[in-house]
Write a protein that binds this ligand. Structure first.
Ligand code: ADP
Ligand code: MG
Length: 228
């Protein structure tokens, strides 16, 4: 589903964020990308949703070499890959319903499609009754649920989450991870970048550990945050 082949990423200022990464993630896997701040986790996710293109190597997402996507095909990739961030990135002046619907506007969905899909997505994250609320009226955990609903409204086969629990307390973090696990069970490949040790240790899933832009461990059968 996601295939990185000898991928390196060097930013314009010369920072080498990833070095010769090989990583294959199968359809419907649940994977943690771990490692300290600056290890290259966000860069790795950014390559998959084509926020950035690699300096060298190949990034293949659902059979498509993303570097070869013509600009007018990028929205098509966005339908395949939903993304969730630490800071939720909701539009403060729009309702929850509108925030989720916005992801459908971006890909040019019809009004009818919106009215069909937004309620399904809000239902999925348990927030149907908050459709008319504004983000400031929700707790941090509920806001993260909205951002997950928005990421899923296009029905993408892949969901990427970059430090999704970074702004949440431990109990709320655990609820969000369980929601992501349930989404994974409904045939979505889920990749979570995190340095939340407690969560990784509790879940026992595949753990890909990054350090200074290199994969230093890939515990395919499930692992703890630290190898030791
Ligand atoms: N846009 C950018 N320009 C230059 N350097 C960057 C940029 N984004 C990230 N970096 C650098 O790349 C390295 C990896 O960063 P990042 O992928 O954000 O790591 P992580 O998400 O694991 O904290 C770090 O050294 C970081 O400072
Ligand atoms: Mg990061």
């Amino acid at each position: 589903m996601i295939d990185l082949q000898s991928v390196s990423m060097r930013y314009r200022d010369g920072t080498q964020a990833l070095r010769d990464i090989d990583l294959y993630i199968e359809r419907n896997e649940f994977v943690f990308i771990t490692g300290p701040s600056g290890a290259g986790k966000s860069t790795l996710l950014g390559l998959v949703y084509r926020d950035i293109v690699p300096t060298s190597g190949k990034v293949v997402v659902d059979g498509q070499d993303v570097a070869k996507l013509r600009p007018n095909r990028v929205p098509y990739l966005r339908r395949k890959v939903g993304v969730v961030f630490q800071d939720f990135q909701l539009l403060p002046r729009k309702t929850i319903w509108e925030n989720v619907g916005f992801a459908l506007d971006v890909v040019g969905a019809s009004r009818r499609e919106k009215y069909r899909k937004v309620p399904i997505s809000l239902e999925l994250v348990g927030l149907a009754e908050k459709a008319d609320a504004f983000p400031y009226q929700l707790s941090a955990g509920q806001r993260q649920r909205v951002s997950i609903a928005r990421a899923l409204v296009n029905g993408p086969p892949i969901l990427l989450a970059d430090e999704p629990t970074g702004n949440l307390d431990p109990d709320t973090s655990w609820e969000i991870i369980q929601l992501l696990r349930n989404i994974n069970k409904q045939n979505t490949t889920v990749v979570v970048a995190t340095h939340d040790r407690e969560i990784v240790d509790r879940v026992n899933c595949r753990v890909v550990q990054l350090l200074q832009g290199c994969i230093v461990r890939d515990a395919k059968e499930g692992g703890k945050y630290d190898a030791s």
